[in-house]
Write a protein that binds this ligand. Sequence first.
Ligand SMILES: Cc1c2[nH]c(c1CCC(=O)O)Cc1[nH]c(c(CCC(=O)O)c1C)Cc1[nH]c(c(CCC(=O)O)c1C)Cc1[nH]c(c(C)c1CCC(=O)O)C2
Length: 345
Amino acid sequence: MIQNDLLLKSLQGEPVNRPPVWMMRQAGRFLPSYQRLREKYDFFTRCQTPELVADITCLPVDELGVDAAILFSDILVVPQAMGAHIDMQEGRGPVIHQPIEKPEDVNRLEEPDVTHTLGYVFQGIRATLEKLNGRVPLIGFAGAPWTLLCYLVEGKGSAGFEQARAFCYRYPDAAHALLEKITRVTIAYLQHQVKAGVHCVQVFDSWAGLLGPEGFRQFAEPYLQQIARSLSAFCPVILFPKGAWFGLASLCHSGAAAIGIDWQTDAGFARKATNHQLTLQGNLDPVVLLTDPATIRRQTFRMIQAFGKEKYIANLGHGILPQTPVENARAFVQAVQSFSESWID
Ligand SMILES: Cc1c2[nH]c(c1CCC(=O)O)Cc1[nH]c(c(CCC(=O)O)c1C)Cc1[nH]c(c(CCC(=O)O)c1C)Cc1[nH]c(c(C)c1CCC(=O)O)C2
């Protein structure tokens, strides 16, 4: 039993007195209590140690009072389990050794038995559930196949992921073979997360918008659909196709319970595109949390009015910025939690 089940109610489209709130990337990055752990253990050690996963996942629940926890891990643990060599470099982000350059490089990636290679994640989930003790639901997650292809081909973070996009257009068969491989592993991975006890899952397609409408239809959407369709029998699925406003209408029929909306997409447009059917999540510009509590409150009120309180999960429109002051993150959470109908006149 979960004491605070607001998130699950909103995902199911049930009525609520106020929307639930959590923040993308809340479990790392900006909390000073997390920064202290960072000094002691390297990134993948933090991901692979169930006690640390549980501690870090619970930090924002304890310190900010969010209505949901998201597992501390990373989208790159899947390509790592498939055999890619990945370093997380200070100030630089992920670096993949020997990125995929040619079609035959796709064969180097394995389809592992996730119960072995990613067993530490499932142990982390069980340790986290114990520590949460039913206070709030736990969100599991994975990266979308297109976004993981971006890192595997580009070999590092990038503003435009030009090499990844070029690979898809130049070698479409190899791209689809790679995307299919990642999709199969991701479905098994998320199913095991649900078995270990997560209450819902989010699929991060952080670079979906870089493809443009036609590229999205070819290289991103079919795989998001497959994952949502395969998982929705087990738990509610949230898809976050960042930047892909043109793909919202077609994702309505994927079986996803909710779609995450980024901060560059208009709330009214997103409601119309999804036929007022699905739950929407988002979409405060993370930069608003760099201002002050009064501004944060005002912008948060406007956002809830634009989406409406039903079938809605308050969140940021992308991950929280590392330089966000803790009191501002708290002001955002409290603004949502103090919502009352009387705001809307
Ligand atoms: C693209 C992407 C990645 N990882 C993720 C995405 C999709 C979300 C998004 O678009 O923001 C998702 C992610 N990464 C992390 C989580 C944990 C849960 C949470 O805090 O929400 C989640 C949900 C931990 C992390 N993953 C990473 C950190 C920071 C590094 C550190 O703490 O040492 C954390 C807390 C490292 C990481 N991991 C990745 C990058 C590009 C980087 C470096 C830069 C950055 O901080 O974003 C890949």
